[in-house]
Design a protein around this ligand. Structure first.
Ligand code: ADP
Ligand code: MG
Length: 696
């Protein structure tokens, strides 16, 4: 293997390559577009496209594709080769500026939530020059935004870019008031920690549920789960380690800053964390990370599961969205510094986040809503569906003293006494960590922990950027007209803390007391996706998004409907898969095994007259009951699915799935799982949890 610095970014048309391959004037013009958002001239685009093509061909590429992020939550691509026929029946390799800048994929089969009728199937992709082009699988991939003929966003990138521009503008207004340098952009940065499971492909292939839905719909708990905590940060098994090495290499080639890897809490669960970058690049990179994780797994005879809850009884997978706000290549605006009490700029930005999270708890909750993630939120393994902020003792005390107007005594860093002389002494951080909070301040950034592992991080960051920008806008409006700036800042921080302190909670978010306390504080508890999603278009949310031109009303309504329909579709597929597995595999297997038991029983009775053979008798009886139970629940599910078809209202339909299908699926599973524990393994039709969780 070549050195890491040699392979890093070797498949990316990055700044170094641009400088090397482009004429000076072209390079300068392109940089202006990238840095200042100036429109790109078609002549410049032609030169860039040609250089990109030559570079890509040198690296073995034959095709190009616009790479975009439709509302499916994953990425989409349509590949065209560079070939262009010549008169003498040969080909030359061509790629024009027009092809670089704009694409026209037929968009009729992407979800649009009713924005685009199929007779207006046109969709456009437009190059996002702020994210570098790269080569993947022999294709030059051009990161693009995706919109409809009438200009509505059909993707997750367009609103994300809009929200980044918004927070830049509003942050600069605040910085100007503090007399700071405003010649540079303010950007939000994100580091997305990604959790995943690895299972052996030979077992995966034997499980219809994993193949069709990404999670096990059946499966009894193994005798051992995660209770010994022996997997977390444990030594990485050789096969997994080989996988992780290749994954790192592939990601590095694509310029993804893959940094940390370790085993997670559940058996077979792992995590990868990158070094943070600007939010739109972090979003692209997280999509690439998920894709490459799956691809590399195949080469190792493994399957990478990104579902939020692949297995019952052990932890599911999430994604931690570490978010901060920085001057580009400069100061982190959420860094408290050595003396946070005196750092007014920090306290003001902090107040904006506190206000934003309190005012828009619902939007944050919706940004992490999905059928898959409902299995985690509130299940005491992930933060609850109630949004709150963990600040830690020091910041909380500072805010309290501001609110009450009392003096604050700066905390000194305490030396950590380990009691062993040879170990170095180091200072303790002034706050401990809190793993249970959905939104935790962790030193110089906020960690939004409620995301599901399979999510695009675009939605939560669109919301975060927009709501914080909105708070900053209100602050700026007030401060810009203030007579005495210093006094006005103090008052603003104080008023904000007073009004929004209910959102701050430093205790255990998993406890039942918190649920009660949160209710007393008037915080929202939108338990399921079905409860949360309709609020997307509440008046205040429509006003927020339309005012800032992040979404217009049509875009917003379409996104709400896509989320809700998706919920129903997921449960529908899961229910159908369960029915299939029950009728084709589970009931026949139980029947086969009970027949074996019954034959044995008859034979034994003939051999030893008058004796009782309890083992066989009881097993036959129990298994027959369970098998009948499976059939009954399956029939109920089938009926419910018929009824669901007739409910045309999207919200009612989803609620019907939640209350009448999902609940029955749980009962069916319970019966089948009990049957599994009573059936000899060789008759059970699917690999057990022991094989799935401990089989790699
Ligand atoms: P954890 O203990 O939760 O695993 P780490 O300290 O390892 O957290 O960091 C988690 C992530 O936070 C990393 O991806 C890191 O790059 C990211 N991060 C650090 N600083 C920032 C920042 N200023 N903005 C965004 N993300 C950041
Ligand atoms: Mg974390």
């Amino acid at each position: 293997m070549s050195s890491v610095s040699e392979i890093f970014g070797s498949y990316v048309f990055n700044n170094t390559v641009m400088r090397e391959k482009l004429p000076k004037e072209t390079y300068k013009a392109l940089k202006k577009t990238i840095n200042d958002g100036e429109p790109l001239d078609i002549h410049v685009a032609n030169i860039v496209a040609n250089a990109m093509k030559d570079w890509a061909i040198e690296k073995g590429a034959t095709h190009f594709t616009h790479w975009f992020q439709p509302m499916t939550g994953i990425t989409a691509e349509k590949h065209d080769s560079f070939i262009s026929p010549t008169d003498d029946a040969h080909v030359i390799m061509e790629f024009s500026g027009k092809e670089l800048i704009k694409g026209e994929p037929d968009a009729s089969s992407f979800p649009s939530g009713g924005i685009r009728a199929t007779f207006e199937a046109r969709g456009y992709t437009a190059w996002d020059p702020t994210s570098y082009a790269f080569i993947k699988d022999g294709s030059l991939c051009i990161p693009t935004a995706f919109c409809s003929y009438s200009g509505e966003a059909l993707d997750k990138k367009t609103p994300l870019l809009r929200s980044m521009e918004l927070i830049n503008a509003q942050s600069l207004r605040i910085l100007r008031l503090f007399g700071d340098d405003i010649s540079k952009k303010v950007v939000t940065t994100v580091g997305a920690e990604q959790e995943y499971f690895l299972v052996d492909k030979k077992y995966f292939d034997m499980r219809e549920d994993l193949k069709l839905t990404g999670r096990t719909l059946f499966g009894a708990m193994p005798p051992k789960g995660q209770e010994l905590d022996d997997h977390y940060f444990g030594t990485i098994k050789t096969r997994v380690s080989e996988y992780m090495k290749e994954l790192d290499e592939e990601l590095w080639k694509l310029g993804v800053f893959s940094k940390t890897k370790h085993n997670e809490v559940a058996p077979a669960q792992h995590e990868l964390a990158p070094v943070f970058s600007t939010t739109n690049i972090a979003t692209d990179h997280n999509q690439l990370t998920m894709e490459i994780m799956k691809k590399v797994a195949e080469r190792h005879g493994l399957v990478c599961l990104l579902h939020e809850k692949p297995f019952d009884g052990v932890n599911g997978s999430g994604k931690h969205n570490n978010w901060s706000l920085s001057v580009k290549d400069g100061a982190n605006l959420l860094d408290p510094g050595k003396r946070p009490y005196e750092n007014k700029r920090f306290l003001l930005f902090l107040s904006a986040v506190i206000k934003a999270v309190d005012d828009y708890q619902d939007l944050l909750r919706i940004s992490v809503a999905s059928a898959g993630n409902d299995h985690r939120l509130g299940a005491n393994e992930a933060p609850p569906a109630i949004m709150s902020i963990f600040l830690g003792d020091e910041l909380t005390e500072i805010l309290e003293s501001i609110e009450t107007g009392t003096d604050y005594e700066q905390k000194k860093k305490v030396k950590l006494e380990i009691g062993v002389d040879v170990l170095p002494n180091f200072s303790k951080d002034t706050t401990d960590r809190n793993r249970t909070s959905p939104f935790a301040f962790t030193g110089n950034k906020f960690e939004f922990r409620s995301l599901g592992s399979s999510f695009s991080i675009a939605d939560p960051n669109i919301v975060l950027n927009t709501i914080v920008a909105d708070a900053l806008e209100q602050f700026a409006n007030e401060l810009e007209v203030a007579k005495d700036f210093d006094k006005a800042v103090d008052k603003l921080i104080k008023d904000t803390v007073k009004k929004h302190k209910r959102i701050i909670f430093n205790g255990n978010n998993y406890s039942d007391e918190w649920v009660k306390e949160a209710e007393a504080r008037g915080l929202l508890n939108l338990k399921t996706s079905v409860d949360a999603i309709p609020h997307f278009t509440d008046k205040k949310n429509v006003e927020l998004f339309t005012k800032h031109h992040i979404f217009n009303e049509t875009e917003l309504a379409s996104r709400r409907d896509i989320l809700m329909e998706n919920y129903s579709k997921v449960i529908n597929i899961e229910a159908l898969t369960m029915l299939d597995m029950t009728m084709k595999d589970i009931i026949p297997a139980i029947s086969e095994y009970t027949l074996v038991l019954a034959n044995a029983l008859t034979a034994k009775k003939n051999a030893v007259k008058g004796a009782a053979f309890k083992a066989e008798e009881r097993l036959i009886e129990s298994l027959s009951k369970l098998s009948d139970g499976c059939l009954e629940h399956a029939e109920k599910i089938e009926n419910a699915l018929y009824k669901a078809k007739d409910i045309s209202d999207i919200n009612e339909n989803a609620r019907f799935y939640l209350e009448n299908v999902l609940s029955e699926m749980k009962l069916l599973r319970a019966a089948a799982d009990t049957a599994e524990t009573l059936t000899a393994e060789k008759y059970w039709p699917f690999p057990t949890y022991v094989k799935l969780l401990f089989g790699v």
